[in-house]
Design a protein around this ligand. Structure first.
Ligand SMILES: [Zn+2]
Length: 656
C-alpha cells in the first residue's frame, strides 16, 4: 500500500503495520488479579517458568483515538551502497508511539554510546517538531542519529509484522530488572556497539549489538576500500537480528543448539523475515520487477541478503542469497545435516523462496496474459509501467502473506529441538486450520519445494497434507474448561494478557492436566521414577508459556486459540567417559476456544534415539562450538550463542 508522505518520497506501509495501526485499541483498564483456582500442584507436580509472566512485561504502546496512526521515517531499504533511483532510500510508516530521545519507546530503546570509542553521540529526538515535519533525519552513513533512527524504524516494522501475524503482543526472551513492576522491559539496540564485523542478539544482556568495521582494501560494488561499514545501516542485518530476538521470545529453547537444525533454523528464519519485509517497500519491488521483467527469481535486488556487508568483506556478491538454482535444469542444494548453520539454513530459505516464486508465477500469469494478447510471452524491452505496478503489488501482497505464514508457524513448532521438517508440518497445520481450501496451491508449493531439497519430516506416512497436519494428543484428554475462551481474562483485547495472576491461573490449569499420570506421555513428559530414564534425573515439567493466538485469514475468517509450551529437563548422567548434559522434552499444545486440545506437538523426554542424536551432535564438530564443559565436566551451552553462530570459522566466508 502506498500513501503520499509530505515529501516527495511515497511512504510504504507494510500490510502488517497497517493492520495493526488501523485497529483502535481500548483504553487501559485496571486488570483484575484472579486468584489461581487450583495452584496446589505448582512446585509439587509442575513448575511455572519465567516466560509465563513475561507476556505482561513487554507490552507495546496502546494508541489512543487522538494519536496519529503512523510515524513516517526515512530508512535505507537495503543499504547505503545502493542507488537511490532503485528505491534504496525509502519512507516507511511505523506504528506511532510517543518517543523519548534515543529513541526510547515501549519495546525498544536505542543506546547512543559508541562502545568502541567510549563516547556518547547525541540522541535523536524523533518527537522534535522539525524532525516530525521532515520525516526523520536524512539518511546518511555519517550521521549517528540517523543510525539510531534506522534501527528503531526497521525493528518497529518487524515487530509490527509479528504482532499482526500472531494477533497478540510479543514477549521478549530475556528478563531485566526494572525499578517498578509496570516498567516495560525493552530490547536495547546498540547501533555503534563496537568495531567488529558482526552483529548479534545478546540474550544475556537483552540487546542487539551492531558492529562497524573498515571495508577490505579490495572491495566490490560502490564501496570505498577501507571505508567504514555500519551493520546498523543494512536493512537485512537489522531485520535479521531483531528476528533472532523475537524468535527467542517465542521459543526460548531454540537458543539451545540441541541438534543440527536448531541454529540453522534460527538463521534461516531471520533471513526469511528480512527478505519478506523488504518486499513491503514498493519502490524497491517495482525497480526489481522492472529489471527482472517480472521474473522474481531473477530479481537480485529482492533475493540478495546483506549485499554491502558481503562486498565490503571482499566478496563479489551479497553475503547470502535466497536462490539456490541457476535455472530450472539445475538441481537445488539438498538438505545435509553436516552443513554449517548458515549453509544449512540457506537450504530452508531457498525452499521457502521457491514456494513463494511458484505461487507468484501462478498469480501473475493472468496479468502477463492480459498484457501479451494471451501468449504470456513478453516482447523484448521494458515491460509496461502498469504491468510493473500490478506485478509489484502482487509480489508485495504475497510476500506479506508468506511472512505471516512463517511467523504463525512458530506457534505450531515443538518447544525444543526444532527440525526443518517440523517447520513444514507447522506451516501446513497452521495454514490449513485457517484457510481450509487452498485455491492457489500455497501448501502444495511449500511441500514440493521442501521435497525437492530432501527436507523430510520424520514419522509421517507420506508428504500429503493430511499426513503432515499435526495430531491431537495420543490419548484422549478431556477439554480444559478453565482454559476455555469464556473463562479467560484479557485486558480489553484478546491480544493483551490481563495480568500476571491470570497468566499464572492459566499455567496452573494446564499444569494440573499435563501432569495427570494418564496424560504425561501424550505431552512428551515422564515420571521421575520412569525406568526408561536409565537413572537420569528428571526435573518437574515446566509450563513455559500460555499465549493467545488470534489469526485473521485472507477472507476475514478469525481463528482463536491458546498456544502453550511445556518442557521437562532430563539431566543425562555421565556415562562411559561421555559427559553429563541436559536433554529436554515436552510439547506445544494448541487449545481451542472451548478448551479442547486441538494439537499436541511433542518431543518425548523419554526418546532415547533423539537423546543419542543430541549426544553425538554436541560432541561433534558442529555442535562443539556451542557447548562447553564446566568445572565438573558437564557439557552446558556456551554463553552468547548468537554471537558464536555469527562468528565464522577461519575457513568460512559467510557470517551474520
Ligand atoms: Zn543470524
Amino acid at each position: 500500500m502506498v500513501t503520499e508522505g509530505s515529501g516527495t518520497l511515497p511512504a510504504s506501509t507494510p500490510e502488517a503495520t497497517a493492520a495493526q495501526a488501523q485497529s483502535r485499541e481500548a483504553p487501559r483498564a485496571a486488570a483484575a488479579a484472579p486468584v489461581p483456582e487450583d495452584s496446589s500442584g505448582e512446585g509439587v507436580l509442575y513448575s511455572v517458568g519465567p516466560g509465563v509472566e513475561r507476556a505482561v512485561r513487554g507490552q507495546p504502546y496502546e494508541r489512543s483515538s487522538d494519536d496519529p496512526i503512523y510515524r513516517p521515517l526515512r530508512i535505507f531499504t537495503r543499504d547505503p551502497a545502493e542507488s537511490r533511483l532503485e528505491g534504496s532510500v525509502g519512507l516507511v510508516n511505523v506504528p506511532y508511539e510517543p518517543l523519548q530521545p534515543g529513541p526510547v519507546g515501549r519495546v525498544f530503546e536505542v543506546d547512543s554510546v559508541d562502545g568502541q570509542l567510549g563516547v556518547e553521540y547525541p540522541r535523536v529526538d524523533l518527537d522534535d517538531p522539525f524532525l516530525l515535519i521532515r520525516q526523520g533525519r536524512d539518511p546518511s552513513p555519517t550521521d549517528p542519529r540517523f543510525h539510531q533512527q534506522m534501527v528503531y524504524a526497521v525493528c518497529s516494522t518487524v515487530y509490527a509484522a509479528f504482532k499482526a501475524a500472531l494477533g497478540r503482543h510479543l514477549a521478549w526472551g530475556f528478563d531485566r530488572a526494572t525499578t517498578t513492576p509496570d516498567e516495560a522491559v525493552r530490547l536495547r539496540l546498540r547501533p555503534h556497539a563496537r568495531q567488529e564485523e558482526n552483529a548479534y542478539y545478546d540474550k544475556e544482556c537483552g540487546e542487539i549489538s551492531f558492529g562497524y568495521f573498515q571495508a577490505a582494501h579490495t572491495v566490490h560494488g560502490v564501496n570505498l576500500p577501507g571505508g567504514f561499514i555500519f551493520t546498523s545501516l543494512s536493512h537485512d542485518i537489522v531485520a535479521h537480528e531483531v528476528t533472532h530476538a523475537l524468535l527467542d521470545g517465542l521459543r526460548a529453547q531454540f537458543a539451545l543448539a540441541t541438534g543440527p537444525d536448531v541454529f540453522a533454523f534460527h538463521e534461516a528464519f531471520a533471513d526469511l523475515v528480512a527478505l519478506f519485509v523488504r518486499f513491503s517497500y514498493e519502490q524497491v519491488v517495482q525497480a526489481a520487477i522492472r529489471k527482472s521483467k517480472g521474473r522474481i527469481e531473477k530479481a537480485e535486488m529482492l533475493t540478495e541478503i546483506a549485499k554491502q556487508f558481503g562486498q565490503a568483506r571482499g566478496l563479489e556478491r551479497a553475503l547470502r542469497s535466497a536462490i539456490d538454482v541457476g535455472d530450472d535444469s539445475t538441481a537445488p542444494k539438498l538438505y545435509d545435516s553436516s552443513l554449517e548453520a548458515h549453509e544449512l539454513g540457506s537450504v530452508l530459505v531457498a525452499a521457502v523462496f521457491e514456494a513463494f516464486a511458484t505461487v507468484f508465477r501462478r498469480k501473475s500469469a493472468v496479468y502477463l496474459r492480459l498484457a501479451t494478447n494471451g501468449t504470456g510471452e513478453l516482447p523484448p524491452g521494458e515491460i509496461p509501467a502498469d504491468l510493473q505496478t500490478v506485478l509489484a503489488r502482487t509480489a508485495s501482497k504475497l510476500a506479506s502473506q508468506f511472512l505471516t505464514m512463517c511467523i504463525r508457524a512458530i506457534d505450531y513448532c515443538p518447544p525444543v529441538d526444532v527440525e526443518f521438517g517440523e517447520f513444514l508440518r507447522a506451516i501446513v497445520t497452521a495454514d490449513r486450520n485457517l484457510v481450509p481450501d487452498d485455491p492457489w496451491g500455497y501448501r502444495e508449493a511449500w511441500i514440493d519445494a521442501f521435497r525437492r531439497r530432501m527436507i523430510y519430516p520424520k514419522h509421517v506416512s507420506s508428504l500429503s497434507e493430511d499426513a503432515l497436519v499435526w495430531r491431537s494428543a495420543a490419548t484422549p484428554v478431556p477439554p480444559i474448561m478453565a482454559l476455555s475462551f469464556a473463562k479467560l481474562q484479557f485486558e480489553g483485547d484478546p491480544g493483551r494478557a490481563a495480568s500476571v495472576g491470570e497468566l499464572r491461573r492459566q499455567a496452573c490449569a494446564l499444569g494440573t492436566v499435563i501432569t495427570d499420570p494418564r496424560h504425561l506421555e501424550a505431552f512428551g513428559l515422564a515420571r521421575p521414577d520412569d525406568p526408561a530414564l536409565g537413572g537420569d534425573r528428571l526435573e518437574l515439567p515446566c509450563v513455559h508459556s500460555v499465549r493467545s493466538a488470534r489469526r485473521i485469514g485472507p477472507d476475514g475468517q478469525v481463528v482463536f486459540d491458546l498456544v502453550a509450551e511445556v518442557t521437562q529437563r532430563r539431566i543425562v548422567q555421565a556415562r562411559d567417559g561421555a559427559p553429563s548434559f541436559d536433554f529436554y522434552g515436552g510439547s506445544t499444545i494448541i487449545i481451542g476456544p472451548r478448551g479442547g486440545i486441538r494439537y499436541v506437538i511433542s518431543k518425548s523426554v523419554r526418546n532415547q534415539e533423539r537423546l543419542e542424536q543430541q549426544r553425538a551432535f554436541i560432541s561433534g564438530h558442529r555442535g562443539r562450538a556451542f557447548w562447553a564443559r564446566d568445572a565438573q565436566g558437564r557439557l552446558g551451552p556456551s554463553h552468547q550463542a548468537f554471537k558464536l553462530v555469527h562468528t565464522p570459522p577461519p575457513e568460512a566466508t559467510s557470517a551474520s
